[in-house]
Ligand binder design. Structure first.
Ligand SMILES: CC(C)(COP(=O)(O)OP(=O)(O)OC[C@H]1O[C@@H](n2cnc3c(N)ncnc32)[C@H](O)[C@@H]1OP(=O)(O)O)[C@@H](O)C(=O)NCCC(=O)NCCS
Length: 277
């Protein structure tokens, strides 16, 4: 991949997400998401080997990320001149739901991955910003992730609005429930803002603030190192094994243009036009 080539972004609506596109997302996820930790092998009778890559195939991606027709996908691609092909370097599976309590729509990011060689260049922030702008009358946006940079990318997409813990506390349970995301809709939120502490033994000064218990035992070495570096400014508290941070931010709504820009948003994807990528 030529790093200097421009990145193009495409929004793909639910009915246009083919298995061919999902195959590329699966490959990106399998190569770039993370590895299982010790607990994963304990909880799975050694089926998930410690240190092996977390993987999701096309069928599982469809079940987990495309669970209703409000789900959509935003992809980032680079044109590789050597191969004359588009290469997928990032994706954000997303969904939205009408939320009466705030009188508008909430966008939820169900999976966010950027290729490890393309990180730190604003790709995640742009994917999330496009996901937000794809839906009309968005009043809030959220995600569950163990990665602080995913949280920061969401803040960027929401005009760098400061995180308001009370807003998360007030809306997280309701929004998570109505989004009906298969892998978290019944998960427990944990932390001081929800008045719900973890059953795991943790020091008094290590009490969680805003987490969700997903039992997804991904290795946290990289994110713990980042959290240590940013501890002075990080307000979502510590991360526990098998948990992810929950963040929800209010948004200023952007109405979709009636004449969508070809550069950023379309219903067909270069992914589909380049089957041999
Ligand atoms: C989390 C992830 C998606 C971030 O992707 P990314 O494209 O690198 O993110 P961005 O470049 O948009 O960065 C977002 C913010 O994170 C912070 N950040 C990102 N990389 C950073 C770095 N190397 N050093 C310091 N801060 C960094 C910055 O605050 C940045 O915003 P800014 O550039 O305006 O300051 C990517 O690291 C990833 O795919 N990780 C593995 C999968 C994962 O954990 N996904 C989340 C599960 S939902």
């Amino acid at each position: 991949m030529t790093e200097t080539n421009p990145i193009s972004y495409t929004i793909i609506q639910y009915s246009l997400i083919t298995d061919q596109i999902l195959q590329k997302c699966s490959t990106l996820f399998n190569n770039n998401y993370g590895v299982w930790n010790n607990n994963a092998s304990l909880h799975s009778n050694n089926v998930l080997q410690t240190g092996s890559r977390v993987k999701l195939g096309v069928k599982r991606l469809r079940e987990l990320m495309l669970f209703n027709d409000r789900c959509f996908l935003v992809v980032a691609e680079i044109r590789s001149l050597e191969k004359d092909q588009f290469e997928l370097i990032g994706h954000a599976f997303s969904t939205y739901v009408n939320y009466n309590r705030l009188n508008g729509n909430v966008v939820w990011i169900t999976q966010l991955v950027v290729c490890s060689t393309c990180r730190g260049r604003g790709v995640a922030g742009t994917l999330l910003s496009l996901a937000k702008n794809n839906i009309q009358d968005v009043v809030a946006m959220g995600l569950a992730s163990s990665h602080p940079y995913a949280v920061m990318a969401l803040c960027n997409a929401c005009n760098r609005i400061p995180i308001n813990l009370k807003f998360i506390a007030d809306h997280a349970k309701d929004i998570i429930e109505i989004c009906k995301i298969p892998y978290i809709s019944r998960s427990q939120v944990i932390g001081s803002i929800f008045d719900k502490q973890s059953s795991q033994m943790v020091d008094i000064d290590e009490q969680p603030v805003s987490l969700i218990k997903t039992d997804f035992f991904v290795d946290h070495k990289e994110v713990l190192t980042i959290l240590e570096k940013i501890q002075q400014t990080w307000i979502l508290g510590p991360l526990l094994e098998g948990h992810e941070f929950v963040i929800i931010l209010p948004t200023t709504s952007v109405r979709r243009s009636r004449t969508p820009s070809n550069t950023f948003s379309s219903n067909s994807s270069p992914l589909e036009k380049q089957p041999s990528m």
